[in-house]
Design a protein. Sequence first.
Length: 307
Amino acid sequence: MTARRPAFSGVVPPVVTPLTADGDIDVPSLERLVGFLLEGGVDGLFALGSSSETAYLTEAQRTRVLEVVIGANAGQVPVIAGCIETTTNRVIERAAISRESGADAVVATAPFYTRTHPVEIERHFREIAAAAELPLFAYDIPVCVHNKLDTAMLLRLAADGVLAGVKDSSGDDVAFRYLCLGARELPDFAVLTGHEVVVDGALLGGADGVVPGLGNVDPHGYRRLADHAAAGDWAAAAAEQDRLARLFEIVTVAKDTSGTAAGLGAFKTALMLRGIITTNAMSTPMTAYDADQTAAVAALLDRAGLR
């Protein structure tokens, strides 16, 4: 088996985008958040992903977020930029902006809104890679784009040098395991799980790292989990994962709202309570957690030893 050496691996949180009460980018809070994540020992930063509210931000806001994250990071860890767009040429346009802003890699989903054939999806990634002039990650998130990326296609693109890695948020653990198996002979190809609560299992199965939204709230916990796994101490890794799984219950506090609003609202509220960001404001039409919901998040933070 070939020794694996992917350039992008470890703990790579998808950076939340703090907002002011009137919906602007809260630059000081974003800078503090990046500093907090770096101090927590992360191995990379994923800007403009789902947890960044990228679908809600204007073009100018997205570029500003990326510039702030890259500036605050100051070259300490790789920055991966989400280029989440409906179609190929729009992704290529965002990839050019990301490259000019100083990103180290870019991420793209399958096309969405349009009805797309698997042959077209493969062409989509090949054309992005040819134009981007940066390493390209495929983002497998069928709940949002309504296409599950085919494992054989991903491995074929990796073998051809088109893809530097996959960020898997599919929830399909069987496909993920086969992706990890296929990646064993592809030393430069990174397989990253988007799970928060079964990271120990993913790492044991061969994943190269994790992109956890909850990592915004507790980067130190995911650092410990990854270090235990790297040392082969799976009992300690499982214990840390159990603590993080209980902390992840913050996303269940909000009722009668979308999964996106429940998750992002929980992360932002927890970060506000921890003093990292100023407000838990959300992009419209989502609403911020109210006082009762905030109190419930606070109680779960207390239980996890984070306040």
